[in-house]
Design a protein around this ligand. Sequence first.
Ligand code: G1P
Length: 310
Amino acid sequence: MSNYTAIIPAAGKGVRLLPFTAHCPKTMLSVAGKPIIAHILRQLEDCGIRKVVFVVGYQKEALIEYVRSHYPHLETVFVQQQEPKGLGHAVYMAKNAVSGPCFIVLGDTIIDGDLRPLVQCGHNAVGVKTVEDPRRFGVVEMQDGKVTGFEEKPEHPKSNLALIGAYSFLEAGQLFSCLEEVIASGKTVKNEIQLTDALSCLLKRGAEIVPVKMNDWFDCGTVEIMLQTNRILLDRYVQVPEKFLQNNKILPPCWIDETAVLENCTLGPYVSVAEGARLVNCRLEDAIVSPQTSLNGREEKHIILDKYSK
Ligand code: G1P
């Protein structure tokens, strides 16, 4: 068991994913049979983390209800971000719920790989990846193998090393003190209070922050990326309970939740069906079927379907 507390900023609206985010926050969207948040929590549990602080906002009830019912074994705290003032501000909202070492992972991102090296390396650490165009990201500057600076979404990046959205701190108090300094200074980038500026503040105060390379990350921002992430994850994890093989044709890879009901369907390749879905006489390929979706006689390809789909 780890003594780290995780902070998951999950207040965002996910406008680019409307209408699927009309009734839930982005982190509750299904991919490979489970909400994004479930993939994140599995990785945190693999790190031995047992306490999680969620920063919630938009459509928070859907997330709170899911976490409370599916993760009763975790110690969970929900804090509210009233206004969307940026990632740095969202993390600052968790201040009163966190002490000691803490780990931050963004609620709309599935990181490809093991998070343990970040949590267990014994340093302050950030997950990084070399990218072609770092201007959309937080950028890490290095000199002689050491991190010397951070900049959020720079026009002229000094390196190609991007922050992927996973951060590990030995002492939360120092981070919150730096966030306070950033907030008090009034500094924003793209009109938002940035976590990246608190990292710069930590460096200035003499903290060491090490970069930990990650394979990749899926910033599930659009339908196209959601479907692509679904396919990548289904190449790794599949689940087709025996009972579905009698009256249906399942073309692998697929992930079908035990609680789904299927009758006379042909599904796959690359179809994930989340809990409580009910499909009758359907033929689906390359599709995400969200929880509680009821479909009859649908023939679809390359699509996300939810319980509000017509
Ligand atoms: C946030 C961080 C940025 C990081 C990115 C990773 O940006 O501010 O430093 O590189 O996540 O996805 P956002 O995607 O919220 O604009």
